[in-house]
Design a binder for this molecule. Structure first.
Ligand code: ADE
Ligand code: ZN
Length: 334
């Protein structure tokens, strides 16, 4: 439709995509062959079976159990470069002008992969994509909340060389939310802040957890942004605080549907966010697992909300303002 081409052309920024979540069944099977990795029996062995399994997640944890097994095919620097470059190609096709991408260092370190191989593979892909497509990109390392926070500190120290060179410019927090509240990572965030003045901070909060996880991320971790944050809508004071501080929520509609955080995309409280003046972006999270990339997420939102042009333009502007880029780059995108 006409609206589809409007949404394609709309300058988009992606703020919430896990590179490991862009590992398509096709690439997963290819890399398993290339690297001679035998997947565990409960992990489907064919492309069709993988797509079928991915259509039936029951919750965040059910997805994560597949996500961590899937990424076991990523071994060499080139694997990470291929993974990230494939994502940037797709993002560019979807009209993404700026992408801030997550990766999970601990998920690779615990398998004996060197952090340098992961980061240099991703960095090569970013450099190629920036020169091939004129896209700008940032790399955010996430701590895994199901692993003790002492390991987050160890990982942070291991990442210092990559932070110093500017290859990693953001800190995030992801994985299993319920039972792992933000305050557990207070020291890790505080240490990062002492180490480096230029890092940006975000955390997943309010995906399955209630609004107190969002407040915890703001108070204990002092994040500038909240990943997901949809459960903020259950508490008026939280919404008002997000609006007053202009804190961006990086919402992932198809993810919320597939992981059953909502029954329908129409149940995501986007109207409430607009009403309260809480800025949000629309993102893909783990597109290879959730049936769609960023443009699919925009189209799904339009199908359920039927926003007018002015609202879409406002969303696009909020996206640009909430990006971790300098004013010159914002001016180009606006
Ligand atoms: N890791 C990858 N995707 C995630 C999500 N949606 N929530 C928490 N951790 C994740
Ligand atoms: Zn996520």
């Amino acid at each position: 439709s006409d609206f589809d081409s409007f949404l394609t052309e709309l300058p988009k920024c992606e703020h919430h995509v896990h590179l490991e979540g862009t590992l398509s069944p096709e690439l997963l099977i290819d890399l398993a062959k290339r690297n001679n990795i035998k997947l565990p029996e409960e992990h489907p062995p064919t492309i069709e079976a993988l797509y079928d399994r991915y259509s039936k997640f029951s919750c965040l944890q059910d997805f994560l159990d597949h996500y961590y097994v899937g990424m076991s095919v990523l071994i060499y620097e080139k694997d990470f470069e291929d993974l990230a470059y494939n994502y940037f190609v797709k993002a560019h096709q979807d009209g993404v002008h700026h992408a801030e991408v997550f990766f999970d260092p601990q998920a690779h370190l615990e398998r004996g992969i060197k952090l340098t191989d992961v980061v240099s593979g991703i960095t090569k892909a970013r450099t190629r994509a920036e020169s091939d497509f004129g896209i700008t990109t940032k790399l955010i390392m996430c701590f895994l909340r199901h692993i003790p926070s002492s390991d987050a500190l160890t990982t942070l120290h291991a990442a210092v060389p990559h932070i110093t060179t500017g290859h990693i410019t953001g800190i995030g927090l992801d994985s299993s939310e319920l039972g792992f509240p933000p305050h557990l990572f207070k020291e890790a965030y505080a240490t990062a802040r002492e180490l480096n003045l230029e890092l940006n901070y975000t955390a997943h909060a309010g995906e399955e957890g209630d609004h107190t996880y969002v407040l915890g991320a703001l108070d204990d971790l002092k994040v500038e942004r909240i990943d997901h944050g949809i459960r903020s809508a259950d508490d008026d004071a939280t919404l008002k605080r997000l609006a007053a501080n202009n804190t961006l929520l990086t919402v992932c509609p198809m993810s919320n549907l597939k992981l059953r955080a909502v029954k329908s995309i129409g149940d995501i409280p986007l109207r409430k966010f607009l009403e309260y003046g809480v800025p949000f972006s629309i993102n893909s999270d783990d597109p290879a697992y959730f049936g769609g990339y960023i443009l699919d997420n925009y189209k799904e939102v339009h199908k359920h909300f039927n926003f007018d042009l002015a609202t879409w333009i406002k969303i696009a502007e909020n996206n640009i303002h909430g990006s971790w880029i300098n004013q010159d780059r914002k001016d180009v995108l606006l």
